[in-house]
Design a protein around this ligand. Structure first.
Ligand code: FAD
Length: 475
């Protein structure tokens, strides 16, 4: 083992304050939000510049030591969990908002800037960054891009990938790829930045990014809508997209199992007059709040006339809108009330409810006491299904329950050709099921890319998929 010499070289290159080991590594660097067991790495590196990231990777490359990139550690797939024989590299000190160019509508940031800091810097110039999700105060832009995050705004602006003009990336051997060109059009060969977006830290470490900004809408109006059936939810989606072109900012579907449980947890009375099978929380954006609210009322009124909407509440104030959103954001309460087994599934829109129903029926057939909760970013074809492991009778352990439920859900998903990860990534958790959504030819192409960029398999090894066991141990 040459760990002492590795640490000495890292300290010499980065400075003592940027290298920690043993007890000095706080618990928050040892596990993410996915529930994966914590791991104490050989060392924690906290570089302050791209040059320091490159120097650290060069040293680790020489020593054949694996490196696990870390952002805000809010990932839900175990992708940032370190490994015993490797170092963790946190981008948290590289958190500068370098430049907001209001004329070009771009923002240049270091990867460790939190999503919220980027949103606020954009907003200060009357602009908006198109990614938003519940972990905004903690997750980092580097993590958002490495996971190609989705979230609330996808129906309007697309996934994180679509908000990126340029990237700076450091490869496993310390080579810096300065792809920060702030141009939309650039057809000069392969668009390399897209290989790193969504690669979960397995191909390179993202150090800086140039991101696209949009005009910040002056007004937002939220509505909670009750629907008789799933087909009506799709009709409402299309109706709102037609009435508010490019301005539908959220379209979140909640099955009653989720909606009623959320109300109970938060001890809230339902804003609707009675219980319904489906609820949609939608948000539209525009210039004048009163005009927007009126147009929304009219559109919902038309839908009520044809019976595709049963009841609706249009928020009359921002406080009321926040109260509606609290119902949807009860997902943050899952770990408090349940032993959640979470799914993040993507399917063609017309199959989502049938699939969700199949899952609930199959789970109930196996465990009559099972409790599952269904909700999703319907505008994006993204279903989140959560089963409470504690509701599965039979005295099985959490790990056994998780495995058994996954076998059922992914077995059904395989028959429909859906995706096992719509937005959270593969990391460690979904690795056993990657084959459900990718053909052998696709997996071979992914391995070929990994081998080309990281032939020693040092960057986040064992995440997403396993490569052949190259020399990854300390020499
Ligand atoms: P981390 O958890 O630190 O890392 C995630 C992955 O990215 C790891 O594989 C890591 O190695 C890699 N990585 C991190 N930084 C870099 C870098 N600079 N370069 C290369 N690789 C890097 N996700 C959604 O998509 N949509 C949601 O709506 C959503 N809601 C959430 C709500 C809550 C309450 C929570 C806790 C999580 C939610 N997530 C959601 C998941 C998570 O927030 C996102 O995946 C987020 O993008 C992760 O960012 P992070 O900085 O925390 O990354």
């Amino acid at each position: 083992m040459t760990t002492p010499s590795l640490i000495e070289e890292l300290v010499a290159a980065l400075g003592a304050d940027a290298v920690r080991s043993g007890d000095a590594i706080d618990a928050r660097y040892q596990a993410d939000w996915s529930g994966t067991a914590p791991v104490l790495p050989l060392a924690l590196l906290r570089p302050a510049s791209t040059e320091q990231v490159a120097a650290a990777l060069r040293i680790c490359h020489t020593h054949r030591v694996p490196v696990v990139p870390q952002g805000g550690m809010t990932g839900l797939a175990g992708g940032a969990v370190p490994q015993l024989d490797g170092v963790a590299l946190s981008l948290e000190r590289m958190n500068a908002i370098e430049r907001v160019d209001a004329a070009a509508a771009t923002i240049t940031v270091q990867a460790g800037a939190t999503l919220q800091a980027v949103q606020e810097a954009a907003l200060a110039q009357g602009l908006l960054f198109g990614v938003d999700l519940g972990a905004r105060g903690t997750c980092q832009i580097g993590g958002n891009l490495a996971t190609n995050a989705g979230g609330n705004g996808v129906v309007q602006y697309g996934m994180a990938r679509e908000q990126v003009l340029g990237l700076e990336v450091v490869l496993a051997d310390g080579t810096v790829l300065p792809m920060l060109r702030p141009m939309l059009k650039n057809n000069t060969g392969y668009d390399l930045k897209h290989w790193f977006i969504g690669s979960e830290g397995t191909l390179g470490i993202i150090t800086r990014a140039v991101l696209v900004l949009r005009p910040a809408p002056r007004a937002r109006v939220s509505t909670l809508v009750a629907l008789p059936d799933y087909a009506s939810a799709i009709r409402l989606l299309r109706r709102l997209q037609a009435r508010f072109p490019g301005a539908l900012a959220a379209f979140e579907l909640m099955w009653d199992d989720f909606f009623s449980t959320s109300l109970r947890w938060s001890q809230m009375a339902s804003p609707l007059s009675q219980a319904y099978p489906f609820q949609v929380l939608a948000e539209v954006t525009g210039h004048v709040e009163a005009d927007l609210a009126e147009a929304l009322q009219n559109t919902l009124g038309e839908a009520m006339e044809d019976g595709s909407v049963l009841d609706a509440v249009v928020a009359q104030s921002q406080a009321q809108a926040r109260a509606l959103w609290r119902i949807r954001e009860a997902t943050a309460e899952f770990p408090t009330h349940l032993a959640p087994i979470n799914f993040d599934i993507s399917l063609p829109l017309d199959q989502i409810d049938a699939f969700a129903e199949e899952c609930v029926q199959a789970l109930t057939a196996r465990w009559p006491t099972q409790r599952s909760f269904r909700f999703g970013h319907l505008g994006d074809g993204n279903l989140h299904l959560t089963t409470d492991a504690r509701s599965l009778a039979g005295g099985i352990s959490l790990a056994e329950a998780e495995h058994a439920v996954e076998e059922i859900v992914y077995g059904l998903l395989a028959q429909r050709g859906g995706s096992v990860s719509a937005e959270h990534g593969i990391g460690l958790h979904k690795k056993p099921y990657l084959h459900v959504s990718r053909t052998p030819a696709e997996l071979a192409a992914m391995r070929a890319i990994k081998q080309a960029l990281d032939p020693l398999n040092l960057l986040n090894p064992g995440k997403v998929f396993d490569l052949h066991p190259f020399a990854t141990k300390a020499t």
